[in-house]
Design a protein around this ligand. Structure first.
Ligand SMILES: NC(=O)C1=CN([C@@H]2O[C@H](COP(=O)(O)OP(=O)(O)OC[C@H]3O[C@@H](n4cnc5c(N)ncnc54)[C@H](OP(=O)(O)O)[C@@H]3O)[C@@H](O)[C@H]2O)C=CC1
Ligand SMILES: O=C(O)C1=N[C@H](C(=O)O)C[C@H](O)C1
Length: 271
């Protein structure tokens, strides 16, 4: 039997690519689509496909109550994602979280809800396979090099900071080894904000300018040498589809929260 998927944000940049990915996959079926402005319209038509005979729902609860669903996927907005995921879990549906804007405290709450319900959640700041390589390489490097900083580049209109990619990376690198500034920030002469923000132990500098989609750079410094690891997203949402759908296929067998697609792709980080 096909795995029945509901997509929150089905009319968005990423959501439309995912609707097409689910429709094209022989082992998946689209059971629900959520968006406010297109509520009532056909989910296939609004994604630029043939009609699917499935109406877009105006909210997550309505979609999940209307059709039996195995996995809820969220690509909505930083202001909506946490409530959507908690709603899915409360209705007994595991979740895959692509939307950015949540930090360690939000994920602790989501992990508790998932464990209470005996359900899985997979969240990843970036579901592209190559961005997951940036994450994994950076985590490995942080095990060996203490001094690092993260640069987070995104489009001027991005509503959240840092990006989901950079936030997850900073929190996970910070848990391995805190990035300790060589000169204490409190004693800096000049505007302290120019030294970026401590995000879960990792230091992040955010740049927001037209022409970027999203790029993340981790820079490691040692005496006499420097290592830079960088990922650049292009203008298509295609790279996020395979990783998101891999997470959807795997989340049904999990209990609790897994944060980071690299954990599904490459297994736990070697200690
Ligand atoms: N983890 C990853 O790999 C990736 C993460 N992202 C993240 O996913 C999120 C969505 O990105 P993107 O696809 O570009 O977004 P879009 O703005 O293109 O689409 C957002 C979708 O969510 C719906 N939506 C539901 N609730 C809200 C709300 N409260 N406010 C705004 N929209 C809402 C919109 O429809 P309507 O307004 O009609 O409700 C629309 O369908 C972002 O946080 C982005 O950073 C994006 C790509 C990859
Ligand atoms: O807002 C976007 O567009 C993206 N956001 C994600 C993030 O916040 O990390 C990543 C994706 O590359 C695009």
């Amino acid at each position: 039997m096909s795995l029945r998927i509901c997509i929150g944000g089905a009319t968005g940049w990423t959501g439309k690519a995912l609707v097409a990915g689910v429709v094209a996959a022989p082992d998946l079926a689209l059971a629900g689509a959520v968006a406010r402005k297109a509520a009532g319209a056909d989910a296939g038509t609004v994604a630029g496909l043939e009609p699917l005979g499935l109406a877009v729902a105006g909210d997550v609860a309505a979609a999940l109550k209307a059709e039996p669903t195995d996995v809820y996927i969220d690509y909505t907005h930083p202001s909506a994602v946490k409530a959507n995921v908690l709603t899915a879990l409360a209705l007994g549906v595991p979740a895959v979280v692509g939307t950015s804007g949540l930090g360690a405290e939000d994920y602790a709450e989501i992990a508790n809800a998932a464990e209470r319900q005996g359900l899985g959640v997979v969240a990843s700041g970036n579901f592209s396979i190559t961005a997951s390589l940036l994450t994994r390489f950076s985590l490995l490097a942080a095990q060996h090099v203490a001094d690092y900083e993260i640069i987070d580049y995104a489009k001027a209109s991005k509503p959240d900071v840092p990006s989901g990619t950079a936030r997850e990376l900073a929190e996970r690198m910070g848990a391995i080894q805190k990035s300790v500034p060589g000169h204490p920030i409190d004693e800096i002469i000049g505007p302290k904000e120019t030294r970026g923000a401590d995000v879960g132990g990792g230091r992040v500098h955010a740049v927001r300018l037209p022409s970027y989609v999203l790029a993340v750079e981790t820079i490691f410094g040692k005496e006499g040498e420097r290592l830079t690891i960088r990922h650049d997203a292009g203008t298509s949402a295609g790279p996020y589809v395979a990783g998101t759908l891999l997470a959807a296929r795997r989340v049904v067998a999990l209990k609790g929260l897994v944060r980071g697609l690299d954990n599904l792709l490459f297994g736990p980080l070697p200690q």
